[in-house]
Design a protein around this ligand. Structure first.
Ligand SMILES: Nc1ncnc2c1ncn2[C@@H]1O[C@H](COP(=O)(O)OP(=O)(O)OP(=O)(O)O)[C@@H](O)[C@H]1O
Length: 230
């Protein structure tokens, strides 16, 4: 279970962007988080992925209360997650070839011997050819780079996936392909998913349930009344 309880978080202590939000994702469950731009969904997702330390509240991961975020989180907690963001270029080291990018979490964990096999397994799953694996980020499209980022998110076989608008920059067919990869991984692994987005139809199709930001927060009117997200 991934449990966020009474989370307050933001970038300046006196003006938090997330205030007192609670959200639980059961093991193996897929939960969509729907809400208008700028309300704090990504911030909450980053707290859930242990990438942003909250100012208040608790995160419990598989029964263990989280006490450290980012590099201070124990390795077993960090590696429990696969995380995917909206803009692959912001999370991809431009110096790495796509094959190296996918293998990076294994390399960082000292598991070099597994790198070639695991990249060889995942590349066809996400639709990357050997030729694309040899290119660097500036030599591929956003969709191709996001395919590599998805493979990187899956490379350690995470128990939890946090997908923050992972398809927002993609066309319909790439979106369908990447969602299918995530669904198939979840079917075979039983991983839980928190998917953040604006697209109610996609989240409804993809997730077991969808929660609206306004329902989590009793959000201020500017957020709660955005028509596209209701
Ligand atoms: N690194 C940062 N430093 C300062 N403020 C930030 C930072 N990141 C986000 N914010 C602000 O925090 C608020 C919430 O941002 P967040 O990205 O969590 O919203 P969101 O709901 O995910 O939006 P979107 O749907 O547009 O991605 C916004 O007002 C944003 O400007």
């Amino acid at each position: 279970m991934l449990e966020l309880r009474d989370i307050t978080a933001g970038y300046e202590p006196r003006t938090p962007v997330v205030r007192g939000v609670s959200l639980t994702v059961a093991a193996g469950e897929a939960v969509g988080l729907l809400g208008p731009s700028g309300c704090g969904k990504s911030t909450l997702a980053r707290v859930a992925a242990l990438l942003h330390r909250p100012d208040g509240g608790t995160v419990t991961l598989d029964g263990e209360t989280v006490t450290g975020w980012r590099h201070r989180a124990p390795r077993r907690q960090r590696t429990a997650y696969g995380v995917l963001f909206q803009q692959p270029r912001l999370s991809a080291d431009p110096r790495l070839r796509l094959g190296e990018l996918i293998a990076e979490p294994l390399r960082a964990g000292g598991r070099r011997a597994e790198m070639a096999d695991r990249v060889g397994e995942l590349a066809p799953v996400v639709g990357l050819t050997d030729e694309l694996l040899r290119r660097r980020p500036h030599e591929v499209s956003d969709g191709q780079l996001q395919r590599a980022c998805l493979a990187r998110a899956l490379v350690l076989r995470p128990r939890w996936l946090i997908c923050d608008e992972m398809t927002a920059m993609l066309d319909a067919s790439t979106t369908a392909a990447l969602v299918a990869v995530v669904e198939s991984y979840r079917r075979e692994s039983g991983a839980g998913l928190l998917a953040v987005g604006h697209d109610r139809t996609l989240l409804a199709r993809w997730c077991d349930r969808t929660v609206r930001w306004a329902d989590l927060t009793g959000a201020p009117a500017a957020c709660a009344e955005a028509p596209a997200d209701r």
